[in-house]
Every structure is written in C-alpha cells, then in structure tokens.
Design a protein around this ligand. Structure first.
Ligand code: F6P
Ligand code: MN
Length: 312
C-alpha cells in the first residue's frame, strides 16, 4: 500500500505518470513546460521593441520571438532528450542536439507575435516525434505527443500523449495543475473563427461559407491568434476554425509542422476533426519543414461540411 497521501491537486508530472506516459516522454514534456514558464515570464517583462530581423513573410520579428526561440532551444538542450529540433523561427533547417537522444521536437516558440503590442493572448506550440527515421516523409499522425501553452490573463498548458487531451493552469507557486482532463469536442458549432478571410476574394466557396455562418447566426470568436482561437474551441468543446488558401497565401497562412500538425493531434485526441479540405491534417506527408497547409479544424460534422462546401 502506498504511503503517499491523496494529492490535494494533480500536477502535470503526476498526471503524466498516472497516465502511463514513458519516463523519457514525461521528462521532456516537463522540460517543455518549464520553457513555457520562462516564455511567459519574458512576455511579462521584456521591452517590446523590434529585433531588426524579419521572417520569411517579411513580417517584423519582435524581440520576444527571438527571445522565446532562444529560451525553448536552451531548455531542449538541457533536457538531453532531444536529438533534433526545428523551430518556426528558423524554419528552413533541422538542427541537431544529442545524436542518440530519443525525440525530435518541432515548435513555434511564440505564435501570434503581432498581437503582443495589443496585449492579446499568444502562445507556444510543440510537436514531439520519435527521433527514429527521417522527419521528412513522416506525417503529423506520427507525433508521440503535442502540446501548447496559451499566455493570456492566465497561463494554460494543454497536452496530449495519445491518451486524451488535458488542460493545466500555472498556479501561484509556478506549477502546472490539472484544470480539466479529457477535453471533449461535441459535434456542435456555436462559434466560428475564420482565418485568412482575405481569401474570399478569389475563393468564392469561402464567401459562401461565411454567408452560411452569418445566416445561421453563429457567434464570431476570432482574435487572430491561432493558439487562443483554437484553445477557445477545445475548452468550450465546440466551434470551427479555418485558415484556408487564397489571396496572398495560396495554401493558407499556417505551417503544417509547427502549427497545424500539433493542433490536429490535440483536436483529434479530443474527439474533434481536422482537414486540409481533402483529408485529415494528420495524414499529410511532411515534405518540407516550412510547408503550409489549409486547415479546417473543430467539431467533426462542421469540419466535414466546410470541406465539402470548399470543394464545390
Ligand atoms: O502564425 C500566424 C497567425 O498569427 C496565427 O496565430 C493566426 O491564426 C493567423 O496568423 C491569423 O491569420 P489571418 O490574419 O489571416 O486571419
Ligand atoms: Mn506562428
């Protein structure tokens, strides 16, 4: 019989342990969670100047992007569990850390950084793959785990290691504590979050979709940050998010490896669905580290309906 008292709260580490996640993966998820704490601290305390460099879209890169990237890289190095990593901030290369280590990590260290000055919620996104075999040629379905942190009025971490999707909040003493286990998507849509809306100009079916949502009286819940916008749906258990191709972004704005893949894994583990218009995001071949994909994600029936209308 265990002499441990019944816990008064369930920590992330405890939850991972009780869920039977392997020790190595548990350690890595804890290490990434620690990186998230440093990123949230940087968000609260950093000067919001420009870094003077820009990413492949020519968007200004805030200092915080660069800093968050460095913070995550440092933690991944320290963990000694990461063979290779690729970051959205340096999306053209797979970088090596510890050759024999078990995992490859892909991440967007600070998604939605253009929202920093307006003080809207932002986030970090992570996908964890086995280090065995080449990343190119795998599919997001091969992820062993995925997680994100959303930095809003509270810092919340959501992870899945293939046994449901679970949410934790950062408590006052700096520990991630269980907020909600087994987030579950109902087959229901009350809110919609339509990204890359400029695509309606040359993708008439997207305009049709918008008109339907307006006529059906859905509520718009769109902040322009993928992390809080999809988090909203996962926490409410309903809704639809899209970022489809058209206008400036023929394949949509979002990247398969760093953004869509991890969210597709978390959403499908919560009973929702994801699609590029044809198939699940989880079944897209990774052919390029910087590859973009259209994404329709959320409640199952609505994902199907949107994909069908966009194909028409
Ligand atoms: O990574 C880019 C991002 O900021 C996402 O967080 C967000 O979903 C998307 O851009 C918003 O795109 P748009 O401006 O096309 O709606
Ligand atoms: Mn991003």
């Amino acid at each position: 019989m265990s002499s441990c008292p019944l816990p008064s709260r369930i920590s992330l580490n405890n939850h991972l342990f009780e869920s039977g996640v392997s020790d190595e993966l548990r350690h890595l998820i804890n290490d990434i969670a620690r990186a998230g704490k440093y990123v949230q601290n940087a968000i609260r305390t950093t000067d919001l100047g420009l870094a003077g460099s820009s990413n492949t879209f020519g968007e200004d890169q805030l200092k915080l992007d660069v800093l968050s990237n460095r913070i995550v890289k440092e933690e991944l190095c320290e963990s000694r569990l990461v063979c290779c990593f690729a970051s959205e901030e340096e999306s053209d290369q797979l970088q090596e850390l510890v050759p024999d280590a078990p995992f490859t990590v892909v991440f967007d260290p600070l998604d939605g950084s253009s929202l920093v000055d307006s003080n809207l919620a932002i986030g970090s996104i992570f996908g964890i793959y086995s280090a065995q075999g080449k990343l190119l040629g795998k599919k997001p379905r091969d992820q062993m785990a995925a997680m994100y942190l959303v930095y809003g009025p509270r810092t919340i971490l959501v992870y899945s290691a293939g046994k449901g999707t679970h949410a934790f909040y950062l408590n006052e003493v700096g520990e991630f504590t269980l907020l909600q286990k087994n987030l579950t998507m109902r087959d229901e849509v009350k809110t919609y979050a339509p990204g890359n809306l400029r695509a309606v100009v040359d993708t008439p079916a997207y305009r049709t979709m918008m008109d339907l949502w307006l006529d059906e009286g859905l509520t718009l819940r769109y902040s322009g940050g993928m992390v809080p916008d999809i988090h909203h749906m996962l926490i409410k258990g309903a809704g639809i998010f899209t970022n489809i191709g058209g206008s400036k972004y023929p394949k949509g704005k979002l990247r398969l490896l760093y953004e869509c893949g991890p969210f597709a894994y978390l959403m499908e583990q919560a009973g929702g669905a994801s699609s590029d218009g044809e198939k699940s995001i989880l079944d897209i071949d990774i052919v390029d580290l910087d590859q973009r994909t259209p994404i329709i994600i959320g409640a199952r029936g609505e994902v199907k309906r949107v994909a069908k209308i966009l194909r028409s």
